[in-house]
Design a protein around this ligand. Structure first.
Ligand code: ADP
Ligand code: DP6
Length: 326
């Protein structure tokens, strides 16, 4: 028998308080709570089909069969779903990334969240948001947050049961993000490898953990107040601390390119001109600007003096996971 899901859509999220380190690599339990904003510009659509005619699992992204490494990540989710639903068929996963894959633009977040939704749907499991978040987490930590629209907090918990994301705020206020894509190629150090190296070798890691606890408290109250300046300042601080950890690892590494530095310089320049604009960066050279949604057009004009149109993407807060009706 064939069990095929409808298409499921999940949007990417960008962390304002970063997740950067695991307590448990198998269960993907993080060292600290993180908090993100789900965005409307980038997303993944996925369909899963369990079919007894298949003799192995297959993963297609944008029509291309993926290598063993990507398949293995996806199989963690497939296996959990098969176990829960008591089914034994192999699966075919068809996925379309409306986001560059593995370029620090959070394809793993939208990709694994959409997969959790589609695989559970194909298997006939009717999971709650909390259960979906836990399942997505097992594929990629940041995916746990893409189940929700707006701001979400991934509560680290202490076991598989209590480590999941919760919604924090719908973000239906004047906040947006401009992505400056300086490079959409694959990154050299994966987030999984980067955070492992930092946890094992950075002498600053304890400082990261203690200061992130305070950042999180301050961030939640800034979100409540809809205070873009405070939200931006804390987010920028969290991102720069994460990148400082990378420089302090052994061997050290970093994700910045000369164009990233140029984009960062522009952020300071825009701030001097009076715009509340702050930066965040993930495991890649692309720079994301946190700003007022109402000023995005104006800021785009300024950014276009330095960057090409194709390098800039505007985003507003996006929705949570959804089943696409045909
Ligand atoms: P990114 O910055 O894009 O999140 P990562 O290296 O953290 O980069 O994650 C990219 C990996 O996420 C891919 O190599 C693949 O394993 C997985 N991935 C991305 N998109 C999908 C998808 N649509 N379906 C399943 N897995 C995906
Ligand atoms: C820098 O969720 O991609 O984007 O759990 O190993 O799959 P794994 O890592 P992943 O890491 C995301 C790291 C980050 C920060 C964040 O999104 O919180």
């Amino acid at each position: 028998m064939i069990k095929q899901s409808k298409w499921v859509r999940a949007h990417t999220n960008i962390a304002f308080i970063k997740y950067w380190g695991k307590e448990d690599e198998t269960l993907i339990l993080p060292k600290n709570n993180s908090l993100s904003l789900t965005l409307d510009a980038f997303y993944t659509d996925t369909q899963v089909c369990f079919d007894k005619k298949l003799n192995k699992d297959i993963l297609f992204i944008d029509g291309e069969e993926q290598d063993k490494k990507a398949l293995k990540k996806a199989q963690v989710i497939l296996d959990l779903v098969r176990k829960e639903a008591g089914i034994h068929e192999f699966a075919r996963i068809d996925s379309k990334n409306h986001v560059p894959t593995a370029a620090g633009l959070a394809s793993s977040a939208s990709g694994l969240a959409a997969l959790a939704g589609a695989a559970s749907l194909a298997a006939g499991l009717n999971l709650t948001k909390e259960e979906l978040s836990r399942l997505a987490r097992r594929g990629s930590g940041s995916a746990s947050r893409s189940i929700y629209g707006g701001f979400a907090e991934w509560q680290k918990g202490s076991s598989d049961i209590d480590s999941f994301a919760i919604p924090i705020d719908e973000a239906d206020w004047d906040i947006g993000m401009i992505f400056i894509i300086v490079d959409d190629g694959r990154k050299e150090v994966s987030s999984t490898e980067g955070m492992r190296r930092v946890v094992e070798t950075s002498p600053y890691y304890d400082g990261w953990i203690s200061s992130t606890k305070e950042d999180l408290i301050d961030m939640k109250s800034a979100i409540k107040m809809q205070d873009i300046v405070k939200v931006g300042e804390i987010a920028e601080r969290s991102a720069l601390k994460m990148h400082a950890l990378n420089l302090s690892a052994n061997p050290p590494f970093n994700y910045w390119s000369p164009e990233s530095i140029e984009a960062m310089r522009m952020v300071s320049e825009l701030r001097k001109q009076g715009y509340p604009v702050y930066l965040t960066m993930d495991a890649g050279p692309n720079v994301k600007l946190i700003c007022k949604a109402s000023q995005m057009e104006e800021l785009m004009e300024k950014l276009l003096q330095t960057f090409h149109k194709e390098q800039l993407v505007m985003a507003k807060p996006g929705p949570g996971i959804q089943i696409l009706e045909d």
